[in-house]
Ligand binder design. Structure first.
Ligand SMILES: [Zn+2]
Length: 305
């Protein structure tokens, strides 16, 4: 029988958990986060009472661990539990609920909630990824609507518009999803599309005259779903997985957190098995993206894990 991935020592032993994260974030050995010293200037602190993963920099005299400067930094939770949570989120195609994380990790509900949201936050691409598409490339844009959960409705007699999710996918490349209201669709959407791209959409009015090299559309109102390679089927498959996740796993998603769930589903789609990426490789990609995410996260108001 093949060895269970869950039996890996990094999920059970704190030193091994640190060694795993260090191997991913410091491929060439420890780097002091305070002064960037490396090599012989860094010493590992060992001893019965020493915390796992603790180093000392002999250049600036400061101690540090690999957690500094990452989403792990302000967390009191053992790193091996973080790795378990990251594994569960990376390996579950439709996501994993706070309740289930809580049960599987044996932690509190609040801890599970923050853990899940920090990981989702860190799965989002950083600002440096640039627009999708480019000369000779096709980008599909499409949207779907989510009905608000009755629990999130407030007041009475007010209209509660459905939430609009817009996704873009570069054919053969990455997907990027966002929640937009009808006013911001045009302006905001096209920040994510390279001007030299060919854009394929349906006939929705906000796709009229997009600022791109060429634009073709299918007319769903005339039951036209595809005309040669003019279609938005790539995104329809993605929306189907996303909605099954929201309905089956997440159930009551507050609109203000929706972008993080989208980042989670985008991340798994962009690292999917069809691209030859397995669950463990997906985790490594996630962990490499955790660097530099710390400060931004705090502005959203939580450091409780
Ligand atoms: Zn230093």
């Amino acid at each position: 029988m093949a060895k269970s991935v869950l039996s890996d020592i990094r999920f059970h032993n704190e030193e091994a958990a640190f060694a795993y994260v260090e191997a991913n974030l410091w491929p060439n050995g420890p780097v002091c986060p305070h002064c960037e010293a490396t090599g012989a200037k860094i010493g590992k602190l060992k001893g019965k009472t020493t915390r796992a993963g603790l180093y000392k920099c002999y250049a600036c005299r400061k101690p540090f661990t690999v957690r500094i400067g990452t989403i792990f930094e302000d967390s009191h939770l053992p790193l091996r539990l973080w790795l378990q949570a990251i594994h569960l989120l990376c390996a579950s195609k439709k996501g994993i609920s706070t309740r289930q994380l809580q049960r599987m990790l044996g932690c509190g509900m609040k801890t599970a909630w923050h853990l899940g949201h920090r990981i989702r936050f860190a799965m989002a691409p950083d600002g440096s990824s640039g627009p999708l598409g480019g000369a000779g490339m096709t980008v599909e844009a499409d949207e779907t609507y989510l009905t608000n959960s009755p629990k999130t409705k407030r007041g009475s007699g007010r209209k509660h518009p459905h939430t609009r999710v817009v996704s873009l996918v570069e054919r053969g490349g990455n997907i990027r999803s966002m929640t937009l209201d009808h006013k911001s669709v045009g302006g905001h959407l096209y920040k994510h599309v390279h001007r030299d791209s060919r854009l394929v959409t349906d006939k929705a009015p906000h796709y009229l005259h997009p600022p791109v090299a060429s634009h073709e559309s299918v007319d769903h109102s005339k039951f036209e779903w595809a005309r040669g390679d003019v279609h938005v089927n790539t995104l329809e498959g993605f929306f189907s997985i996303f909605k099954r996740g929201l309905i089956g796993i997440y159930q009551h998603v507050d609109k203000k957190h929706l972008d993080r769930y989208l980042a989670e589903f985008d991340f798994r789609q962009n690292t999917r098995a069809k691209l030859g990426i397995n669950d463990v490789q997906r985790e490594e990609i996630a962990i490499k993206g955790f660097v530099g995410k710390r400060l931004t996260y705090q502005t959203t108001g939580s450091a409780e894990v």
